[in-house]
Design a protein around this ligand. Structure first.
Ligand code: ADE
Length: 237
């Protein structure tokens, strides 16, 4: 998979060279390219923002650098693969990102993330981007960040670890929170008794059916307690 990120703070993404995603880049599974939006400016100050038409607080990102950046970064996919890229703009006004979104996006050939800052990006950029690829405005959750960088990092990690070969043991992906609509069951390791807290005895029993049943109960109980919104109303679980 190829991922391009366009940002005025490319160094935010240095952390993605670590750990599993770093390895995925070394082995060629993931081709991650981080770009500086200011490289597509032409004035001495490398200006990317301006005051909003109609007045109001803050600054808006100018369309011209975005247009040129998208021309360079996104249009090449159509030429190379015949496929349109997926162009994601992180935004608190977008659809909410979930594990299902990550699964869906993990099958794409080429994703471009456009990280907005300030009060956002000139609206015409989204229209223009839609002429190049499939545009999605995606929110990490119902709160406001200072820009799209942190949201993009979270999405790249969630999507990247679902690309086959990135996580060593694919079984570990199946048993996680949100994969089956429930939260994950609790995990324990040695010692079997730590600071007066024994590990639940069933886990030491060697009875695989009993362990599976206990874990399922724990998943349902935790989900009911912490995230009742995830459970169907008339739960038959
Ligand atoms: N940019 C600012 N806030 C955001 C959020 N909650 N999700 C995605 N991008 C954002």
């Amino acid at each position: 998979m190829r991922i391009d990120v366009i940002s005025i703070f490319p160094s935010y993404f240095d952390g993605l060279t670590l750990s599993l995603l770093g390895k995925a880049q070394h082995s060629g599974i993931l081709d991650l390219r981080v770009r500086d939006l200011r490289d597509w400016t032409h004035d001495r100050h490398r200006t990317v923002d301006d005051t909003p038409y109609g007045g109001g607080a803050g600054m808006v990102m100018k369309p011209e650098p975005w247009g040129e950046a998208l021309d360079d970064v996104a249009t090449s996919t159509v030429e190379a693969t015949g496929q349109r890229p997926t162009i994601i703009f992180p935004s608190p006004a977008g659809e909410v990102f979930t594990q299902a979104t990550a699964r869906d996006l993990s099958t794409r050939e080429h994703i471009v993330f456009g990280c907005g800052r300030y009060e956002g990006i000139d609206e015409r950029v989204f229209e223009y981007a839609a002429s190049i690829g499939e545009v999605r405005l995606i929110s990490l959750g119902d709160y406001v960040l200072n820009g799209g960088e942190v949201a993009t990092m979270a999405m790249i990690e969630a999507i990247g670890r679902l690309i086959p070969g990135v996580v060593g043991n694919p079984e570990s992906l199946v048993e996680e929170s949100h994969e089956d609509g429930l939260l994950e069951y609790p995990s324990y390791t040695k010692p079997s008794n730590w600071r007066d807290q024994p590990v639940p005895p069933v886990l030491l029993s060697g009875n695989h059916a009993a362990i599976a049943a206990w874990r399922r109960e724990q998943q349902i109980e935790r989900t009911r307690r912490r995230r009742p919104d995830l459970l169907p109303e008339e739960t038959a679980l």
